[in-house]
Every structure is written in C-alpha cells, then in structure tokens.
Design a protein around this ligand. Structure first.
Ligand SMILES: *Cc1c(COP(=O)(O)O)cnc(C)c1O
Length: 427
C-alpha cells in the first residue's frame, strides 16, 4: 500500500468519506486520492514521493503558482503581530479599497471566510433589499453548499424545486427556481410566472462547476435587462472567475455590471477568504449600517488579509499576468485540438483565458444537459491515464481546469503530449 492509500484508509475511519470536501475523494474517477505534502510553482508533491504538474491549483487560488514568494513573505510578516484580534485592522481597509478599485461594479465590500459564506450573504442581502423571497439559479451552477443553492447544483437532480441533498427543506427548495444556462427565454418565463416575487438572479458568469461553460453572446446582457425591467438584483458569483478572467473578473471581460458580486478563491491567495460587494445603496442594508444581519468572528483575519492583499496587489500591478494566462490557455487548447485531429476525435473543448474543460462528448456544451452527455467512465480512465503521466487534473468531468503563470511553454507542451498519449490509451 502506498502512503496515500494508508492515509486514506485511516481517514475513512475518522472523517466522513475520508475527506473534508467531497470531490477530493476521487469517487467520480475511481482510484485513491493522493495525499498532498507540498507544492511549489507549477508542481505538487504527494506523500508517496511523486511530482505532478498542477492543473487544479487549489481550485483556482494559485493563479501565480504555489507558494508565490510575495504571498509567503506577507504571511511571514503578518504572523509576528498575532493571528486574530476580532477588531478592525488597517489591512481590511486596504483590502476593501483594492477590491473596489479592481472589480468594476463593487462600491462597498464585506469580507467573509469562504465562497459559500459570500453567496449565502449576498442572497440574504438581495432578499432584504428587495423584500422578495425567491431566487433564480441555473442548472449546473455551483454557489457553495448553502441550502438555497443545493438545487440542480452541478451534478444532482435537475428537476425544478427538488433539493439535491437531504437536509434541505422543501420550503427552501421552493424558493429556488432553476433555468438552463444560456436560456434567456426560460428565465423570462420564470419571472413572468413569479411576478414581483424574485429577489435575485445568481449565476457564474462563466461557469466552472459543470465544466467550463461560456455565456452565449447576449446572455449576460439579456439577464441584465430582464433584472432591470423587473426590479430583480443580478448577482455574479465570481468566486472562480474573479481576478482570473481579468483583473476585474468576468464582469470586466464582458462589460456587464452586476448589482452584487461574490468573490473567493484567488482573493485569499490560498487562505480561507471570501467577499461580497456591490452597489453602495444595496450594501448599506448590511449590519451595522442597515438591518440585514451578517457577521464573522474571523472575518477580515489579519493573516488571511495579508495573503490576499499580496496576491491582489501583484495582480493589480502586473497586467502581463493576464496576457500570459491567455497565451498559456491558447497554447494548451490549440495543442489539444491538434492532437484530437491527429487521433480522429471530435470532443468538445470549452476554453476562456486560463479556464478550460475537455468534455468527453462531441456535442457542443452550453448547459448542464449538454455536459451530462459526456462519457463519464471514459473520463475516469482519461483522468487516471493523465495522472500516470504526471498530470494532476480535477477528479471530475464537471470541473474547469485552472492554469497558473508558473507554467512554462515547455510544461504546457508536456501536458499536450500527455493528453495525446492518454487519449490514445483510453479510446
Ligand atoms: C468554490 C465556489 C464556491 C464556494 O466557495 P467555498 O470557498 O468552497 O465555500 C461558490 N461559488 C463558486 C462559483 C465556486 O466555484
């Protein structure tokens, strides 16, 4: 037994399923999860002494590569002044100022400790602000594990109003309406059927959580118009796309201003951080400025703020990072396409900037129903064939991969080669 296997066996007796977040367990791909010991730059090292090229990057945060020195340095500096005060600090003010500077629609912002907290709070704020209860989300979009969002959340049941998880009440599920991604007409019908009852439309403006799925031209603008016409708040969940698709996230890239934005992942530089922000008049309903309660003992934690600030400052001051991410994404996906032509395959690759998914289906993937046409057993074999060749992918077909600027052209070429060999092996 490898060390990872031993650790997993023991973990299963101590932790539900042996992991602290489900997808880590490799259930969708078969095999045993790797237990990770360390990571540096583009590489991750497991407990068994293997090195892999990283395409998960902690599900996004490591956009500058692992253990990026300015972030390390900032944390080292911060820990000399104690780890938490539960009182305001200078760094929180600097962090808020920087986020507002970088993200086009954010005029005021509140820090929290995870993406889940951010989306839960944003929806509460939307409900408090509008005085309405219902929510529209899209099938296959994931917004963390808050009760309201565990409805058609990436891989479960897609029936409207049916919770994906026991423990979510029917009443909660009834307040969450779902539409297919990229289907404006479906959204319009939901709005008409629930006149003056919908507080917010929430979405990943570019989806990562059913695999990478792009908004079709006009979709985001169409949602913006529908929300404006009906007094509904538009929430962009940019936990994945924020600070990744552009300095100001998908909203900058597509030129659409949501009313509220949720942030996570990159914003903490690898520390547990989230944030929600948006229009000043909306954010001013949040306690203690207004009546909508939201709080957190460790929110704005000084160590986490230091890591996040170092990360965001670097991104803010180095626009070349985004140019480089574009180059890497294009090189990798062009290489994958060339391999598929060589092998006579026609699988769908969705790609934007440093996010991509190779879908094991020939059908274009614009929503969750399309994504579910993928050959999942084939993906499992492909995943393991890549792992064998030293490439660490997300262990599910329904995930985006994330590139970091720590990758070099040579490493991307290694990934392209491994991909071609893996496809040859599993087809
Ligand atoms: C990861 C993610 C979340 C949840 O964030 P956590 O920090 O895992 O709670 C929410 N929304 C999106 C789009 C995400 O990708």
């Amino acid at each position: 037994m490898t060390t990872s296997e031993q650790l997993f066996e023991k973990a299963k007796t101590l932790i539900p399923g042996g992991v602290n977040s489900p997808v880590r367990a490799f259930r969708a791909v078969g095999g045993n999860p790797l237990f990770i010991k360390s990571a540096k730059g583009p590489y991750i090292f497991d407990e068994d002494g293997n090195r892999y090229i990283e395409l998960i990057n902690s599900w996004g945060p490591m956009v500058l590569g692992h253990a990026f020195e300015p972030v390390e340095e900032a944390v080292r500096e911060a820990i000399q002044h104690s780890f938490s005060f539960g009182a305001p600090t200078r760094k929180e003010v600097e962090m808020a100022e920087l986020i507002i500077d970088m993200v086009p629609s954010v005029e005021k912002v509140r820090m929290v400790n995870s993406g889940t907290e951010a989306t839960m709070a944003a929806v509460r704020v939307a409900r408090g602000f509008t005085g309405r209860d219902k929510l529209i989300k899209f099938e296959g979009c994931y917004h963390g594990h808050g009760d309201s969002f565990l409805i058609a959340a990436g891989s479960g049941a897609i029936t409207m109003g049916t919770p994906d998880s026991p423990g979510v009440t029917k009443a909660t599920a009834l307040d969450t309406l779902t539409a297919p991604f990229n289907d404006l007409y479906a959204v319009e019908r939901l709005i008409d059927a629930n006149a003056n009852q919908i507080a917010a439309v929430i979405l990943e403006p570019v989806v990562g959580n059913m695999g990478c799925v792009l908004p079709e031209p006009g979709f985001l603008q169409g949602l913006r118009d529908l929300c404006d016409k009906n007094g509904i708040l538009l929430i962009f969940d940019e936990v994945m796309t924020g600070f990744r698709l552009a300095k100001g996230g998908a909203q900058e890239r597509f030129g659409i201003r949501p009313d509220l934005t949720t942030l996570g992942k990159i914003i903490g530089g690898g520390m547990p951080v989230g944030a929600y922000g948006g229009r000043r008049d909306i954010m001013d309903v949040v306690s203690p400025a207004g009546p909508v309660y939201q709080a957190g003992t460790l929110s704005g934690n000084p160590i986490a703020m230091s890591a996040g600030l170092a990360m965001l400052r670097h991104l803010n001051e180095h626009p070349d990072v985004y140019a480089r991410l574009e180059e890497l994404g294009t090189r990798l996906t062009d290489g994958f396409r060339a391999s598929m032509i060589k092998l006579g395959l026609d699988f769908t690759i969705n790609h934007l900037g440093s996010m991509y998914t190779l879908f094991m289906t020939e059908r274009p993937v614009a929503n969750f129903v399309d994504a579910k046409t993928c050959d999942l057993p084939l993906f499992g074999r492909y995943f393991n064939a890549m792992l064998k060749r030293g490439i660490y992918l997300a262990p599910s077909q329904f995930e985006s991969l994330f590139l970091s600027v720590a990758l070099t052209d040579e490493l991307v070429d290694q990934v392209i080669w491994a991909n071609e060999e893996a496809l040859k092996e599993v087809i």
